[in-house]
Design a binder for this molecule. Structure first.
Ligand code: PGA
Ligand code: ZN
Length: 421
């Protein structure tokens, strides 16, 4: 049973404060977990509690969340069975008592929730992915590697936030990592040749001087070929426009503020996606419409949902209620899963379960502000999600997840599979 729970403030990959929780069991087993943080956050995400004192870390300290762990969560969980994750998470929600976790803070709750799962696995002496998913968990996820960063993640004049390479045609996970990393290196050479800049964005992708999706995807095609692969054979593409970030609510139009100021209603944006899908091997578009443009989302799904994976991030915020509404209304055909959008592990798993039962795809995801904690790698395998989005092939906060998946691949041995979702 749980003996001690506490937390501390550490830094995330952007140098902003975040929370790390630690749990010790009666018999001495000890584990910890760190919480990531988004930049293009959905309005309906659970609340990330920050202190707000502008004189310190620009108001981003998490001292209140840390105090909530020490003073309120710790006494509540002391003596509880760490193996009963559902009950732990129920107690956390009951103690918080709000819909959006604004009382304790979703960062305080998630840190503890994840640390409890990890200490339970450690106490049983089994890998975290197997503890969470059982012996049926054997699917290594296809990486969606964000190699070009725009939108809220970089200063590039690109309105779409993410351009990903997807080595779906690789025979194994480790080969997928090689195909992806080689393409990333070819991309660097290409950017240097063209004087486009090789600086990196928040998720380890390049943030070059490109100003349209066409240019970005053309560049990726060339990089894939230079690396010795064929676009649409070994390596496919995916985008996260993160359309909530450039939707103008008052005029109900999408405005390309970072590049050419073009303004278009949802119908034209969907036509643009269609054209891009015709020209490039684009297999997945995330947040192609804004979180509060459900009409645009329905249109997008009607027009492209049969041939392209449409992933809901901001629109679902890992919340079973929003996903249920989306399923009923024919919105998207896949969901992005970010545990800190909802605030507990059990609710995250509930959302994954609902998505799978409803025939929706599932993609596990990092945040743009990450940490070295590789929990997400275990969660992706535990859920047999088949897809993970955890950044480029640079920056150790991103690589930590890939490296953990390489270890899991080795651990699974012959039982491991890759590439189907
Ligand atoms: P965020 O971006 O972590 O900044 O929200 C990731 C995403 O939009 O998928
Ligand atoms: Zn997104």
């Amino acid at each position: 049973s749980i003996h001690r729970v506490w937390a501390r403030q550490v830094l995330d990959s952007r140098g902003n404060p975040t929370l790390e929780a630690e749990v010790v069991l009666e018999e001495g087993t000890r584990s910890r977990a760190m919480v990531p943080s988004g930049a293009s956050t959905g309005v309906n995400e659970a609340l990330e509690l920050r202190d707000g004192n502008k004189a310190r870390y620009g108001g981003k300290e998490v001292g209140k969340a840390v105090q909530n762990v020490q003073k309120r969560i710790a006494p509540c969980l002391q003596g509880q069975n760490a193996l009963d994750q559902q009950e732990i998470d129920r107690l956390l929600r009951e103690l918080d008592g709000t819909e959006n976790k604004s009382n304790l803070g979703a960062n305080a709750m998630l840190g503890v929730s994840l640390a409890v799962a990890r200490v339970a696995a450690a106490a049983l002496g089994i890998p975290l992915y197997r503890y969470l998913g059982g012996t049926g968990s054997a699917l290594l996820p296809v990486p969606f590697a964000n190699v070009l960063n725009g939108g809220a993640h970089s200063d590039a004049p690109l309105d779409f936030q993410e351009f990903m390479i997807v080595p779906r045609g690789a025979p194994t996970f480790s080969e997928a990592i090689r195909f992806g990393a080689e393409t990333f290196h070819a991309l660097r050479v290409l950017l240097r040749e063209r004087n486009l800049g090789t600086g990196l964005g928040d998720e380890g992708g390049f943030a070059p001087n490109l100003s349209s999706a066409d240019e970005a995807l053309e560049l990726l095609c060339t990089a894939v070929e230079r690396a010795g692969y064929t676009p649409g054979k070994e390596i496919f593409f995916a985008m996260d426009p993160a359309a909530s970030e450039f939707f103008d609510q008052s005029s109900e139009a999408y405005v390309f503020r970072k590049s050419d100021q073009r303004r278009m209603p949802a119908v034209h944006l969907v036509e643009y996606y269609k054209e891009l899908c015709g020209r490039f091997p684009l297999i997945s578009i995330e947040d192609g419409a804004a979180e509060n443009d459900w009409e645009g989302w329905r249109l997008l799904t009607r027009e492209l949902g049969a041939s392209v994976q449409l992933v809901g991030d901001d629109v679902f915020v890992t919340n079973p209620e929003f996903l249920r509404k989306g399923i009923a209304q024919g919105v998207a055909n896949s969901i992005l899963i970010k545990p800190n959008q909802i605030g507990t592990l059990s609710e995250t798993l509930e959302t994954v379960d609902l998505a799978k039962r409803s025939g929706y795809g599932v993609m596990l995801s990092h945040r743009s502000g990450e940490t070295e904690d590789p929990f997400l790698a275990h969660l992706a395998v535990a859920c047999n999600a088949g897809q993970i989005k955890t950044g480029s092939f640079a920056r150790s906060d991103r690589i930590a997840k890939y490296n953990e998946l390489l270890r899991i691949e080795e651990d699974l041995g012959k039982n491991g599979r890759y590439g189907h979702w």
